[in-house]
Write a protein that binds this ligand. Structure first.
Ligand SMILES: Nc1ncnc2c1ncn2[C@@H]1O[C@H](COP(=O)(O)OP(=O)(O)O)[C@@H](O)[C@H]1O
Ligand SMILES: [Mg+2]
Length: 497
């Protein structure tokens, strides 16, 4: 077909309906042929009968060097995962679909071709575009946000309808809160959805800040126990000596003082719902045996009682540590590991799903804006590229902090690469992190000095880092450090600088 569209458009339209329709059909065909990434025709037997020049580009990626090895063959033998035969069978178009095969992932359209009496005589396949991740990113980002808003609205509505019992903690997040359309994110959500259908223990494995806690909430919220409580314990945050009481509770009279009346443990509080054991790898060994027994027997023994109390809670555990290695080192009981490891879900670090960074940035930006009562920042492409290249050891939590700091340090609505660089490189991350790490590690002569001196030093470094990060803006610095402006002035060595 020659490129005669322009000429015809300047001529008068033909008068009879048949010619107009033919003209429209031809124009549409040419439009698609030019604007799409490729077109193919199959006959009634689903054999490829024609491909256009653009389509020919895909042949090597599909594994064909010569056109005659492709054209003339049944489409299902030359294009994996094709659905063209479905269109022929049903006579219904598939107007938009994702097709993944060895050549990549494509957005495709499939349309049946009919003869003058309406019989299906073949089908037209159009590759609308390739690289859907890049092309559809704005759409996917928008969709995720809308879905989240919808989800929030629904939850609020549900909460209004059925006021929960006093003290019952409802889950904060659902699967829609877990933003991301990268293969790794989709796979995690698929596994988590399946886990929600079961009542077996779930083990969430992944670095800090990857969304393990969020997923635990989401699993609970879409499980059969969603009307029950969601109770979390962060094992790393509770002193070892208090953990047993925290888990199993205290019988009345076991202690004097505040605990005289007895206190329910988390197992009891989670009755009928979900118990989330965060940082399970930090569990002291003595308690590991007790936890195992509780899980095996479905019964707990509150401190100071000699009665066993049955409980009914679904356990979700999480850890950022290499639990299998802890087992090998003898620091984590193997039998407890197997008890918890029934449905393991590995949550990928952010650097393995960089495709999610733009949509996460958008979502986090909105969230930060909501909390601070400002408009969401616009992250410019150069800044986005910089974000995409980071290592993100702290994953989404770190991404959030960096965005928050950058937004705070800037007076403008936009975030560009240079503003970001300041925060990323700023003393804030480079200096404080090693200082903290050192403080956590064993030994170190520099730590064997008066505490007041060390605290004062760290304070000054933190203030300097925050001032640096905010370009000297004192209000922003105070907010960043979580103190009032007056306190900041009081602690600055040289407030007039
Ligand atoms: N996929 C995600 N989409 C949106 N927010 C996320 C996602 N994953 C994590 N977050 C957010 O990042 C922060 C850290 O997540 P969290 O679940 O506490 O991580 P972890 O328990 O693995 O340390 C939270 O504010 C959480 O809401
Ligand atoms: Mg966590």
């Amino acid at each position: 077909m020659p490129a005669s569209m322009d000429m015809q458009a300047t001529e008068a339209l033909p008068r009879d309906a048949q010619s107009i329709l033919e003209l429209a059909a031809r124009s549409m065909f040419e439009l698609f042929a030019h604007a799409s990434e490729g077109m193919m025709l199959v006959d009634r037997q689903a054999r490829v009968v024609w491909i256009n020049d653009q389509y020919r580009r895909f042949l090597p990626a599909l594994g064909f060097e010569r056109e005659e090895d492709f054209v003339g063959h049944p489409v299902s033998t030359v294009v994996q995962n094709t659905q063209m035969h479905k269109v022929l069978e049903t006579g219904k178009p598939i107007l938009i679909d994702l097709l993944t095969n060895r050549a990549g992932t494509f957005v495709v359209s499939r349309i049946p071709l009919r003869d003058s009496v309406g019989t299906v005589i073949g089908a037209l396949g159009i590759v609308l575009f390739d690289q859907p991740e890049a092309n559809l990113q704005p759409l996917i980002a928008k969709f995720s946000l809308l879905q989240r808003d919808l989800d929030e609205a629904r939850r609020e509505l549900a909460a209004q309808r059925s006021q929960p019992k006093a003290g019952v903690r409802q889950s904060k997040y659902t699967f829609a809160s877990f933003v991301g359309a990268s293969p790794a994110a989709v796979e995690v959500k698929r596994q988590a959805r399946r886990a929600a259908q079961s009542s077996s223990p779930v083990l969430l494995l992944g670095e800090t800040g990857t969304g393990k806690e969020l997923l635990a909430h989401a699993i609970h919220a879409s499980s059969a126990r969603s009307n029950g409580p969601f109770i979390g314990v962060n094992i790393a945050a509770v002193p070892d000596t208090l953990l047993e009481a925290e888990f199993f509770g205290v019988a009345p009279g076991a202690y004097t003082g505040a605990d005289r009346k007895g206190r329910d443990g988390k197992f009891k509080l989670a009755d009928g719902g979900t118990l989330f054991l965060d940082e399970i790898g930090d569990m002291p060994q003595g308690l590991q045996a007790k936890l195992l027994r509780a899980l095996q027997e479905g019964e707990i023994e509150p401190l100071g009682s000699n009665r066993l109390v049955p409980f009914d809670a679904r356990v979700i555990a999480a850890t950022s540590r290499d639990l299998a290695a802890l087992v090998r080192e003898g620091k984590f009981r193997e039998d407890l590991f197997y008890r918890l490891n029934v449905l393991p879900i590995r949550v990928a670090p952010l650097r393995e799903r960089r495709a999610d960074i733009p949509v996460l940035v958008e979502m986090l930006g909105e969230d930060i804006a909501l909390r601070s009562g400002t408009a969401p920042p616009e992250v410019l492409p150069d800044a986005l590229a910089l974000l995409a290249g980071q290592r993100w050891r702290g994953n989404i939590r770190e991404l959030r902090n960096v965005l928050e700091q950058t937004a705070l340090s800037s007076d403008s609505q936009t975030i560009d690469a240079s503003q970001l660089e300041k925060i990323l490189r700023g003393a804030g991350l480079d200096e404080i992190a090693p200082a903290l790490k050192q403080a956590k590690g064993p030994g170190g002569a520099e730590l064997l000095r008066p505490l007041s001196e060390q605290v004062a030093e760290l304070e000054q470094r933190a203030i300097a880092a925050a001032l640096n990060a905010t370009g000297g803006n004192k209000l922003a610095t105070a907010r960043l450090l979580g103190i009032s402006r007056a306190t900041l002035y009081g602690r600055m060595e040289n407030p007039d600088k």
